[in-house]
Design a binder for this molecule. Structure first.
Ligand code: DON
Length: 322
């Protein structure tokens, strides 16, 4: 059975209303600059691979991408180094630990996966360029293609990340000790902090997710952005590790590759169909957006998007809308 009405705009609006009065959770303050956002901000955006975009709420309000940068940086590392060389520096195993856990694989000394901070810092080390500016610019340029508009880094958040980032510094030096990253630690951390400080809005995240869903091509601009052969690697790691120590529950309840960030952004990918994004900066104890999780659960249930949904409505979703 198809959902009662395949009017996505209505479903997005009804879902927005349903959760607009949820005020559970706290805005992240461990990076002081993040504490300045309006905790009540809320937006939902769904982008289809045929180029249609459906939004509700503050869809054009900007916030920093934070950890939602990680799958895209991983994609860039795979494209630049290939699978085997990337795997020498970062694994693909869920850690079941918090995003900022100071822990490496006891055997290989690699970070568990590219979605936790350790793995993302290892990836940043792999994709950094000769100069700090060039490395950050290469990342921003790629994300601009995925969003379909010009983006910039929030200099205040970058400074705040850097001055409060001693835990990430500790993780980086631990990895230097084990030869996972090279000795240019300050350069690597600048790359990582810059990626996290990219300013995006909810529509940008939906289009980035839809670009992954659409085999690497931005569905609105029709520009090729990502090399298709590595997208399955990225989606697999998002599916198993994207929500850290909530990843199992997420796979069970929502069943979509996804990534969250402490800025309040969360994106999910319905392969070959949709990109879904939510922005709501109040986080749960694991650093995931409270309303982001609620909205994705609701949309997955209503639209039959779970990867293993028996009725499998999600797999023919875009055709059904046309
Ligand atoms: O490394 C950090 O602390 C941040 N810049 C990014 C962390 C993050 O978004 C974790 N996600 N929920």
């Amino acid at each position: 059975m198809m959902p009662d009405a395949l009017n996505i705009q209505d479903i997005v609006e009804v879902t927005y209303e349903k959760f607009s009065h949820v005020h559970d959770g706290e805005v992240a303050t461990y990076i002081p600059e993040l504490g300045k956002v309006d905790p009540n901000d809320f937006a939902i955006c769904v982008a289809a691979v045929d180029g249609q975009v459906f939004s509700a709420g503050d869809w054009n309000k900007e916030f920093t991408i934070q950890s939602v940068c990680k799958p895209f940086a991983y994609q860039m590392a795979l494209e630049e180094l290939g699978r085997d060389r990337t795997l020498l520096h970062v694994g693909v195993e869920p850690s079941g630990e918090a995003f900022n856990s100071i822990e490496l694989d006891p055997l290989t000394k690699r970070p568990f996966n590219p979605m936790v901070n350790a793995g993302a810092i290892a990836v940043a080390s792999l994709i950094k360029k000769d100069s700090k500016v060039a490395g950050a610019r290469a990342f921003v340029e790629r994300m601009q293609l995925a969003a379909g508009r010009n983006l910039k880094i929030d200099a205040s958040v970058l400074a705040s990340e850097s001055s409060s980032g001693n835990r990430n510094r500790a993780i980086a030096y631990l990895m230097l000790n084990f030869g996972i990253i090279d000795e240019d630690v300050s350069h690597t951390l600048h790359q990582y902090f810059s990626q996290c400080s990219l300013l995006v809005n909810c529509r940008d995240l939906a289009l980035m997710a839809a670009t992954l869903a659409n085999m690497g091509t931005n569905p609105v601009t029709r520009e090729p952005v990502f090399d298709f052969q590595y997208i399955k690697d990225v989606l697999a790691v998002m599916f198993t590790c994207g929500l850290y120590d909530h990843a199992g529950e997420w796979a069970y309840r929502v069943g979509l590759p996804a990534k969250s960030g402490v800025g309040g952004g969360l994106l999910a990918v319905v392969n070959r169909q949709l990109g879904i994004a939510v922005y709501s900066p109040r986080l749960d104890a694991k650093g995931n957006s409270v309303r982001g999780i609620l909205v994705c659960k609701e949309l997955a249930n209503r639209l039959g998007l779970h990867a293993f949904e028996f009725t499998n409505v999600g797999s023919s979703f875009v055709q059904a809308m046309m």
